[in-house]
Design a protein around this ligand. Structure first.
Ligand SMILES: [Zn+2]
Ligand SMILES: [Zn+2]
Length: 204
């Protein structure tokens, strides 16, 4: 692979992180439930253990990559366009896997701990902040960075399963970073959660 193709692959990857930030901030949260991306994402905020169906994502991805290849080939030729699209797609899939993992698996090191606290702050403290998931530096660039509080308190019904120990409370190793509040879910709470999510408010 030539340096030029390597560069376009890298630019494609960085391009995804910017698309991720932009879509999350301006389309999903800015959309207030008025577009399909927004509705699916705000449903994830109303119930953070819900992830939107994968087929819709793949369809969108196929359309975006086709348009990218067409435009890129016209601008720079087929090989650089393909390389850019490959970088974009690889980092996009890393994002999908990472985002789900933040909710489903415990952190293993300082980077995982930081990314989880950054994203949990987005969910449970300030949904209009911390839109970058794979690349939180975009939050610094656009002024939407919110430092995670020392201890993030999460409604128990929305807490990631990895947070719980065998006795039901927070695992001792995470007790400094997270706390739990509230008990089991009720229908009234579910309705209130949906309303809060669609108003870009943290679920309480
Ligand atoms: Zn999430
Ligand atoms: Zn969000």
């Amino acid at each position: 692979m030539s340096w030029g193709l390597l560069l376009s692959f890298g630019l494609g990857g960085v391009g995804w992180t910017f698309a991720e930030y932009s879509i999350h901030n301006w389309v999903m949260h800015g959309g207030g439930g008025r577009n399909e991306f927004s509705r699916q994402h705000l449903d994830h905020h109303a119930d953070p253990n819900f992830f939107s169906p994968i087929w819709g994502k793949y369809l969108t991805e196929a359309l975006v990559v086709s348009a990218m290849l067409g435009l890129g080939t016209w601008l720079a030729g087929f090989a650089p366009a393909l390389s850019f699209a490959a970088g974009f797609v690889v980092v996009y899939h890393s994002y999908e896997a990472l985002h789900q993992r933040l909710h489903t698996h415990p952190p293993k090191g300082p980077v995982g701990r930081f990314l989880r606290r950054h994203h949990m702050t987005h969910h449970f403290v300030a949904p209009t902040k911390n839109h970058g998931v794979t690349f939180p530096l975009w939050d610094l660039a656009f002024g939407s960075y919110r430092k995670a509080p020392e201890r993030i308190v999460i409604p128990a019904r929305h807490a990631p399963r990895w947070l719980f120990g065998p006795a039901g409370g927070v695992r001792p190793e995470f007790a400094g970073d997270y706390g739990l509040r509230g008990g089991a879910v009720t229908a009234a709470q579910q309705a209130a959660d949906r309303q809060a999510a669609y108003s870009n408010l943290a679920v309480v």
